[in-house]
Design a protein around this ligand. Structure first.
Ligand code: ZN
Length: 286
């Protein structure tokens, strides 16, 4: 017997073929598990945002952050600034599926924002922020990024016509808070809830109405939202049209995109979705 005998070429090829077969079977399953895990992490971050909003509004007479309009200094009061003291990890601004600051377009893109001339303000909590700037291709001061966005109707607008706009929530102690979106998967750092209309023609279309910015498929047909009652849950993309975006939004108004806006006619509702957004065909109606 030749004790040095190794594997034959055929034996090696068979082993490699078996491994390749197992990989092809396991990879899709593993990728699905990975996607589900990222959706859970996303939801857990938004739950933590619920705690942040609860702490902040609890100390501010139930009001969300103030945002002066018609006043450039008001921009330093946007949510990433205002709540900075209550979240230490910049990752809190990101959905785990959209964390690459070099990717700025599409459903998995990130927004970026410069503190710019507001940075020297002594009370600007973002002054110490150093993040990746895609335009200069470098990490620089006073620059921040993220992939969550806020419903602007919860902001406590001060000054201008919006200060008394009946569409704004401003406070947390409202009826039906569990259907009022606050912070969510978004292509920009906010969306305007009065800009709700036709669905996007493809996943990640960045155009108006601003509803397109939040109607993005990051979690296998779902998106994650932190609501006004500080809960966080997954929401079907078509369900976005059934939420209470601002005080005046009526999900059942004619010309809408919910089953009730079609007087309960599911087939007509589905047909309208099919014509406007065929990529969402398999998602259930609400
Ligand atoms: Zn997410």
């Amino acid at each position: 017997m030749d004790k040095k005998r190794g594997f034959t070429l055929i034996e090696l090829l068979v082993v490699i073929a078996i491994i390749a077969l197992l990989m092809s079977i396991l990879m899709p399953a593993l990728s699905k598990v990975r996607k589900q895990a990222m959706a859970v992490v996303c939801r857990s971050r938004l739950k933590q945002w619920g705690v942040v909003f609860s702490m902040y509004t609890g100390e501010n007479d139930n009001y969300f952050h103030a945002r002066e309009i018609g006043n450039t200094a008001g921009y330093r009061r946007m949510w990433p600034y205002t709540y900075k003291k209550l979240y230490s990890d910049p990752k809190m601004r990101f959905c785990p599926t959209a964390e690459n600051p070099k990717l700025v377009t599409g459903a998995f893109g990130t927004w970026n924002y410069t503190v710019g001339s507001y940075r020297p303000l002594p009370d600007c909590p973002m002054a110490g922020e150093r993040e990746y700037d895609v335009t200069t291709n470098s990490v620089r001061d006073g620059f921040f990024t993220g992939s969550y966005g806020m419903n602007r109707s919860v902001e406590n607008m001060q000054g201008g016509a919006t200060a008394t706009d009946p569409a704004f929530w401003r406070k947390v102690d409202v009826k039906g808070g569990a259907t009022v979106p606050v912070l969510m998967d978004c292509q920009y750092l906010y969306y305007n809830p009065s800009s709700i209309g036709i669905p996007p023609a493809y996943n990640g279309e960045y155009s108006t109405p601003e509803m397109h910015w939040i109607c993005i498929d990051r979690h296998m047909g779902f998106t994650n939202i932190c609501f006004l009652d500080f809960s966080a849950r997954k929401v079907g993309l078509k369900e976005l049209w059934a939420l209470k975006h601002d005080r005046l939004y009526n999900a059942c108004a004619s010309g809408g995109w919910t089953i009730c806006s079609f007087n309960g006619d599911k087939t007509a509702c589905h047909g309208a979705w099919h014509d406007a957004a065929a990529w969402m065909d398999k998602m259930p109606e609400y």
